[in-house]
Design a protein around this ligand. Structure first.
Ligand code: NI
Length: 404
């Protein structure tokens, strides 16, 4: 299909809204909130939508909400999503609108996501009568490990109005400013936390034969995990298991009773994810038993793999290049090992997540501070492009962009 000849008006809408987007983004940035309940952020987002012809749907589990825009026709429905929460770290950017909440910072750019989604709502509402269907704006808290998308789905918010396709943008300082980047298939990894507690028998460090030392057993488990990954997981379906914490003992001359290992499992398919889980569950107790100790494995499942459907990514590429030219799109050669809870939405609804480059002015995208850094700074001007992309993607999908 051909894209609607409306690119220019979405570009102009984004540019006209930019001063408002910057003001909203800075206000949210200065008052970051963590987790599933973000009263200040939600209030700012709703204030930005005041007066627009939107139905608001909320659930009991979070302060997130769905704002629904119904066009005149009973066509398809597209969901646009923006996450809203900050991270628990101290901000060191020196920006004039830096966090006023010590211990919290918008270091993942979700402040810009809220502003772009609110801007897209405003721009699409202005052309409501031309829409060939319905647009859902999903304002979602709790992305940073709190399963906010899943809570909103468990609250039934995806069932009030059921989307046929879903789309999300994520800014990144490590993609050139204004460039959209995406890929079909797995985009981001599943991320599961694990803890292994090895229990032996404490004693005097000079007499290990009278004790059961859990420390060498824990070390053996750490190396066995790496061998397990390379020997049981197919090489073309990669898994990363990293032990990030190992803790045991109190001093030089005491053998402790326990050693604890904590780490993360990153994977790109349910098959390899299950192989890694089963491998940990098999190795740790058996290695411990071989030495007369015991081990308990606890796996805390995190976000699933973020999988983008090829037709949805193709549409994003066509929309981005139609708006801003061929240079404005990059197909990512490989997925990244980060994780994202939009994965829950994409498990139910075909769609895509796309990165939007936001390298700070004067910075180098290869070396500037990454997302989650205490010094992460963004080029907020790219929000105008983000609004145009949201709007044009929604319009293109509703006009028949791809078969869901
Ligand atoms: Ni993020």
């Amino acid at each position: 299909m051909d894209l609607p000849q409306s690119s220019q008006r979405w570009i102009e809408a984004g540019e006209a809204l930019l001063p408002d987007l910057i003001a909203l983004r800075r206000a949210i940035h200065a008052e970051p909130e963590l987790g599933l309940h973000l009263p200040l952020t939600t209030a700012k987002a709703k204030a930005a939508l005041a007066g627009l012809p939107l139905e608001i749907h909320e659930g009991p589990s979070t302060t997130g909400f769905m704002a629904v825009l119904r066009g005149p026709a009973n066509g398809r429905t597209v969901l646009l999503r923006g996450d809203m929460d900050a991270l628990p770290l101290h901000e060191d950017t020196g920006l004039e609108f830096s966090s006023q909440h010590d211990g919290a910072m918008h270091a993942c750019g979700h402040d810009t996501h809220v502003a772009m989604l609110a801007g897209a709502a405003r721009a699409l509402c202005a052309r409501k009568d031309e829409l060939a269907g319905t647009v859902i704006f999903m304002f979602q808290p709790g992305e940073e490990g709190h399963h906010g998308a899943r809570w909103m789905m468990d609250d039934g918010l995806l069932d009030v109005v059921t989307p046929d396709a879903a789309f999300a943008l994520h800014v990144s300082p490590n993609v050139p400013s204004g460039v959209f980047a995406g890929r079909a298939g797995p985009l981001l990894a599943a991320a599961d936390r694990f803890e292994i507690a090895v229990t032996g028998r404490g004693g005097h460090a000079s007499q290990p034969h009278d004790a059961c030392d859990p420390i060498p057993i824990a070390c053996e488990i750490v190396t066995a995990i790496q061998a397990m990954v390379t020997r049981t997981v197919p090489a073309f379906d990669p898994v990363v298991v990293t032990v990030g914490r190992i803790e045991a003992g109190t001093t030089n001359n005491v053998i402790p009773e326990r050693a604890v290992i904590e780490g993360t499992i990153r994977s790109f398919s349910e098959h390899s994810r299950e192989l890694a889980h089963a491998g940990l569950a098999r190795l740790a107790p058996n290695i411990a038993a071989a030495h007369g100790a015991s081990a308990v494995v606890d796996i805390d499942p995190g976000f699933p793999v973020t999988v983008c459907k090829a037709p949805a990514v193709d549409l994003a590429e066509r929309v981005a290049t139609d708006l801003f030219g061929a240079q404005a799109w990059r197909t990512m050669p490989s997925p990244a090992m980060g994780a994202e809870d939009f994965a829950y939405v994409l498990q139910k609804v075909p769609g895509a997540m796309v990165f939007l480059g936001a390298t700070p002015q004067g910075g180098d995208f290869r070396s500037c501070c990454a997302l989650h850094s205490n010094r992460m700074v963004l080029d907020e001007n790219v929000m105008a492009r983000g609004v145009a992309m949201h709007c044009a993607y929604a319009e293109a999908f509703l006009s028949g962009g791809f078969e869901p």
